[in-house]
Design a protein around this ligand. Structure first.
Ligand code: NAX
Length: 325
């Protein structure tokens, strides 16, 4: 049996996305069938009992690769020696809560978590921020994890990316896996800009020409509001698809991918005239080892004005929490 062991920390471990993710990770979907896993499940102390239930279910699966499961609300323990971290936990918007209050309470959570990751995680740790507002939470986290290179911290845009690909596949009849060079710019919010002006059919190598009316009037708003559409049918927000996206995102960061991906990342040296101190989604390719390479796509069809709008929203979010940076 294998001697490889990885430590995986997960916040929001009593929540819905975590419940869809942990069993898949424990079965070997992230690190493969040759690596054992130590899980550290983290949530607030009120939910330790619920996390304990998740631990029991994990044990009941008798996964050959699952080495240990620890349940904790102590961040120093929870992030100890972590090789990779999924940050699903976040405070939801409560009744009567202003957007600014939501930003601020999450900023507090992510500044504390940033320090704990900095002090306790493996120095090569990879971190994905999923809890909303994911991009601004990632910025706060990064500012507080002073010894961790910002490129090791990313925010999740993969669900938006996969949604866009799937909708193009449905519209054109081309298999999903053959839709290439589709990606999403900006914030994980309703201002995000899904961009399908460069797509190709990998089977034929030919460009896929989409109707620009459909793109602007149907496709872009549908992707921007897809989260709300799911809630309107399920009564709950996306969980299994979000877990799937988080696992795919982390796997690509760990092992590399030749595809163009959408990754929320520190904008410090971007080529697109976006403010250089944000977490922003760019079209990206990951080398093995997770080095992020921004691609030089031309911005077409007036998408520039939408991209400026999503940047403006991120600047406003940053302004609202600037005292915590
Ligand atoms: P749930 O409400 O089911 O679970 C959230 C969990 O986080 C709860 O158990 C809560 O106790 C925990 N939590 C809160 N504060 C914490 C803290 N300080 N430390 C540790 N845990 C803490 O939400 P779920 O459906 O799992 O969604 C999790 C987050 O993902 C939400 O913020 C949601 O908005 C966000 N999403 C982000 C997506 C993205 O693409 N970036 C898509 C899916 C999802 O909407």
């Amino acid at each position: 049996m294998t001697n490889n062991v990885k430590n995986i920390s997960i916040t929001g471990a009593a929540g819905n996305i975590a419940y869809s993710a942990v069993f898949r990770i424990a079965s070997g979907e992230l690190y493969g069938k040759d690596t054992k896993i130590n899980f550290k499940l983290i949530d607030i102390s009120d939910f330790e009992k619920k996390m304990f239930g998740v631990k029991l279910e994990l044990l009941d699966c008798a996964f050959p690769l699952l080495n240990s499961v620890e349940v904790t609300s102590d961040l120093n323990k929870g992030f100890g020696d972590a090789d990779c971290i999924f940050l699903f936990g976040a405070k939801p918007r409560g009744k009567g809560m202003e957007r600014k209050d939501l930003l601020e309470s999450n900023a507090n959570i992510f500044s504390i978590q940033g320090k704990a990751i900095n002090d306790n995680a493996n120095k090569n740790v990879k971190v994905i921020v999923v809890g909303n507002p994911a991009n601004t939470n990632a910025l706060i986290l990064s500012k507080n994890a002073k010894n961790i290179n910002p490129s090791q911290i990313t925010s999740m845009m993969r669900l938006d990316h996969d949604r866009a690909k799937a909708l193009v596949a449905e519209k054109t009849g081309i298999e999903c896996s053959n839709v290439k060079n589709s990606f999403v710019w900006g914030n994980h919010s309703s201002t995000q800009v899904p961009d399908i002006t460069n797509i190709i059919n990998a089977a034929s190598g030919e460009s896929i020409i989409v109707d620009s009316d459909w793109m602007v009037n149907d496709f872009i708003p549908r992707i921007q509001k897809r989260g709300a559409e799911i809630i309107s049918y399920r009564g709950l927000s996306s969980a299994a698809s979000a877990a799937n996206a988080a696992i795919s995102h982390m796997k690509d960061l760990l092992f590399g991918s030749k595809d163009i991906l959408s990754v929320g990342q520190y904008s410090c040296d971007n080529k697109y005239d976006i403010d250089t101190d944000l977490f922003f989604s760019f079209p990206t390719n990951c080398s093995e080892g997770g080095h992020l390479i921004n691609y030089d796509f031309e911005i077409k069809n007036d998408l520039r004005k939408f991209i400026k709008e999503t940047e403006r929203e991120l600047l406003e979010e940053r302004d609202a929490i600037k005292h915590l940076l």
